[in-house]
Design a binder for this molecule. Structure first.
Ligand SMILES: [Zn+2]
Ligand SMILES: [Zn+2]
Length: 415
């Protein structure tokens, strides 16, 4: 396994999500940075497996002096370029539980893995060889398990469920709701794993047809930190009418912030009967008006009419949300979201709910573009506080080696 040495100022991008500088020693001196290739490879796998929005490296390479300064032996995995302490963030921008990170890191085959903070947000991973070390330093440095799933009581199925279809792999799970969904307990919805909600804002050409639950759902989802988008159900009788619908929609959503697009919902048979060019013009008129008002516009349609009534020239022009109630979406073009069914059950919602999978990080794109009520950021976004370099993980090994620990003798190095 190759461990490479980089100059302190080197800012080589090692992989899609990791740069040399992220692994720089925090002792304050300018010196080489050691990084194992395998560490980066496995961190990328972890990034994908957890569907991260980002991974922050809080401690990467440590020179022996610094390792000692933070309580280590001066020869631990960090000093070999084998280790990283990380905080993984999900698509909702929140840290992923270290318990889940430990499980996935175990699957990926990291040699050393440990939860290192009481808040279960920070995880040590390394690519040591020769033996495996799976720990929970909050309980005790030497709390070692052979299986994090068992140790944390996490079912492998909790991951497998999401991955049962190839199309669902790495997708973000969400729902779309309208007044028909009644009273919603958004805390429960969040706890159920819903990562976004697309809210019906209303329908037709008149603002009086705003969905009566729209304001309530918007407040409820926002209160628990579920990102939202919106859709406007169209009854447009012709392309000009779609402009009036856009005006009503803009009136209904003004003053709010949406992390997901605002969709034109086209599904009435009377509209399809007008043919491809009329349907295409309706979509353009609505979406262009939304864009002119500063929104990320999109189109919602069922897959089959979409391929019949929407011109090829605009199929990838706006955000695309396709419906097909099937085990997979039979569409080979690109799209951002798939509504896979209307019979879902989610804790916090009585009856059935529409379920969706999203494949694009709309919140990141929309916020950085300064759309949907967001202002373009001029400075770095505020991050969730990141723990300082762990010191607990660097407690002297000698202090915790106990009788019966022979298996680790001579190889027990600091995490
Ligand atoms: Zn150093
Ligand atoms: Zn560490």
């Amino acid at each position: 396994m190759a461990v490479k040495s980089y100059n302190s100022g080197d800012n080589t991008q090692l992989s899609p999500h990791f740069n040399v500088q992220e692994f720089k020693c925090k002792c304050g001196k300018e010196h080489e940075i050691l990084i194992a290739d395998e560490l980066i490879e496995k961190l990328e796998k972890l990034y994908d497996a957890l569907n991260c929005s980002k991974i922050i490296v809080t401690s990467g390479y440590r020179c022996p002096v610094h390792d000692k300064a933070v309580g280590g032996t001066s020869s631990g995995q960090h000093t070999k370029g084998n280790a990283a302490d990380i905080v993984c963030y999900g698509q909702d921008g929140q840290p992923v539980s270290s318990k889940l990170v430990c499980c996935k890191a175990q699957d990926i085959g990291f040699g050393g893995i440990a939860n290192i903070t009481e808040s279960y947000t920070s995880t040590h991973v390394d690519v040591r060889t020769g033996y495996r070390w799976l720990g929970n330093e909050v309980v005790n440095y030497h709390t070692v398990t052979d299986d994090f799933y068992k140790y944390y009581g996490i079912s492998a199925d909790s991951f497998a469920d999401e991955n049962k279809e190839g199309d669902i792999m790495n997708a973000i799970f969400g729902i779309d709701v309208s007044k028909h969904n009644g009273t919603i307990d958004w805390n429960k919805v969040k706890a159920a794993g819903v990562k976004f909600a697309i809210l019906r804002a209303g329908y037709g050409r008149d603002i009086s047809q705003k969905d009566v639950k729209f304001e309530e759902y918007y407040r409820g989802a926002k209160a628990v930190g579920i990102p939202v988008g919106a859709y406007w159900y169209s009854y447009a009788s012709d392309p000009e009418d779609a402009k009036r619908e856009a005006a009503a929609c803009i009136e209904a959503i003004k003053g709010k912030q949406f992390e997901y697009p605002i969709y034109f919902d086209l599904e009435e048979k009377s509209q399809f009967n007008q043919g491809k060019s009329a349907c295409t013009a309706m979509v353009k008129n609505f979406c262009n008006a939304l864009e002119a008002a500063g929104y990320w516009a999109g189109l919602y349609m069922s897959r089959s009419p979409f391929t019949s009534y929407i011109d090829e020239s605009i199929r990838t022009r706006y955000a695309l949300w396709l419906a097909e109630y099937n085990s997979k979406l039979n569409y080979s073009g690109s799209y951002g979201m798939w509504q896979n069914g209307s019979g879902g059950t989610v804790d916090g919602i009585s009856g059935h709910v529409d379920t969706d999978y999203c494949y694009i990080d709309y919140p990141a794109h929309i916020k950085s573009a300064g759309l949907n009520g967001y202002t373009k950021a001029i400075s770095a976004p505020v991050e969730t506080p990141i723990p300082a370099e762990s010191t607990t993980e660097n407690k002297s090994a000698a202090a915790v080696i106990q009788i019966g620990d022979d298996i680790y003798k001579g190889t027990l190095t600091k995490a």
